[in-house]
Write a protein that binds this ligand. Sequence first.
Ligand SMILES: Nc1nc2c(ncn2[C@@H]2O[C@H](COP(=O)(O)OP(=O)(O)OP(=O)(O)O)[C@@H](O)[C@H]2O)c(=O)[nH]1
Ligand SMILES: [Mg+2]
Length: 615
Amino acid sequence: MQEAVVHVHPAGRLLALLGNPNCGKTALFNRLTGSRQKVANYAGVTVERKEGRLTSAAGERLRLLDLPGTYSLHPRSPDERVTRDVLAGQARGEKRPDLLLCVVDASNLRRHLRLVLAAQRQGLPCVLVLNMADVAERRGLQIDPQALSRELGLPVVRSVAVEGQGVAELRALLDDPTTWQVRPHRPDEAEDGARITALLQRLGLDQALPPGRTERIDRWLLHPVFGPIFMAVLMFGMFQAVFAWAEAPMGWIEAAAAWAGGGLGAHLAEGWLRSLLVDGLIAGVGGVLVFLPQILILFAFILVLEESGYLPRAAYLLDRWMGHLGLSGRSFIPLLSSFACAIPGILATRSIANPRDRWVTMALAPLMTCSARLPVYALLIGAFIPQRQLWGFVELQGLVLFALYAAGIASAAAVAWLLKHFTARGQVRTLMMELPEYHWPRLRNLAIGLAQRAGIFIRRVGGIILVMTLVIWLLSSFPAAPADSARPVIEYSLAGQLGLLLAPLFAPIGFNWQIVIALIPGLAAREVAVGALATVYAVSSEGDALAGLIAQQWSLPTALALLAWYVVAPQCLSTLATLKRESGGWALPVGVAGVLFALAYAAAGATYQVARALS
Ligand SMILES: Nc1nc2c(ncn2[C@@H]2O[C@H](COP(=O)(O)OP(=O)(O)OP(=O)(O)O)[C@@H](O)[C@H]2O)c(=O)[nH]1
Ligand SMILES: [Mg+2]
């Protein structure tokens, strides 16, 4: 039988947002469609096409595509290819747009207008969105939208996307039939530069802007000596804050879980139901949920860094250093995103043009310490590292957390360095990266960002973590022990038996069988290991908090070995699946998993043996 591919497009005319990176396309998209796509102050935030719906002023329903930013229609990186394909009508399952909304940064017309001229040559109707008008005006640029409209032969709308200015005018334009007409354009690309210069001259916009706030700040933050010092202090302060600020809210969550467990325990008769609810549900899920405050503090820092415009500066400062590892500053932002989660980090590599750099960056992403590791780190640090201050102002626990993140970065550096020697290096690259204007982060965006992260974490806790924790509870509770058993009850259960069976394999690196049990469901989501430990210990003991129990029962070398394991081990199946999808084959995920598991075993083993020898 033959099958024909039939593309069925949803109803409604199709609009697409086109523009250079970081000109505010996604901010406008969110305002027009009510979506909450990620907006941040650096180039290359959007790497996929996203769809939303909007209504015109008169009530027509239309579809709008948000596209990755691009400097030209001759794509150099995978994300730019996405945009080119949509414009050419070659994107799979999508028709060619009926109208382009060309977004430009009004304070940077000379560069941004090039793409507008290129868009006009596509033979599609265009509207020019003069975004960041607030920034341009603050810097003393007076742009007359009507004059610009006459020069370009396009409708022009002044906009401040983050405040919703210009949105109503755009909606109204969509009801005007002339908006949808293709206008004549000049075909010759070679003349674009001269044309833009002449145009800016005629509009009186060709004077060089005096140095603004951004230049003044950068004199310090990009200073060869002061810049790196500032960056180090900033990162260090971030990890200090994660422990220092989270203490109180963590106490509240712990108290709530203990209260719920105690209350339920008192009302239910001894038996499997009580064990399921108290040991499985409350111990397991509460054990993970307690780390929410720390995760949110970490994300608050990351969001402020993203919105302020500091991130590309950090990339710039690290570029030379990354060059020694065979990478460029381009890899910095994908790697930094991986501190939240490796999956968006791997997606962000689409903005890297060089294929070799791209796959190396993807391979390194799992080594960056994702937020799912934070609960495990925090649990072990809380149990084994005393709460003490060094030199009167440094929290020891925060220092150890900083060291663990640094260890992840150091192992990534080591792998990158090895890869540099074993793979063909790409050609020498100079970092071409825009340094955006600094912005004050908007409180509203920050709150939305944090609420989204909290939502993701709570859904994980209520979903995969809950399910896995209950599975662990089942496996650790059945089959039940005989009435006259001499050994601990849990050793009769399936989980106990499996753990005991696998334990010899992990004995050389200091793991006991309880850890082994916790690591297996940890493959589904790293935090599950914490919930699983909480459940395994709750089943086999009475009521103490997990941190206290493991502090009694594990040796310090065992705890350090587990930390070392967690720094390196590629314990997340969804990351490996993303690696397969983005690299288009099995070689990368299988290679990464193999190498990193071997490294994790070696690192944990070395840590264990050294710590034992020293203690
Ligand atoms: N002051 C000001 N800031 C804006 C405006 N529009 C967007 N921004 C900020 O500019 C930055 C970039 O916005 P995005 O919407 O992520 O830009 P984008 O064009 O989607 O960027 P890519 O996805 O990387 O191509 C963010 O920090 C926004 O908050 C505006 O009109 N005025
Ligand atoms: Mg975007």
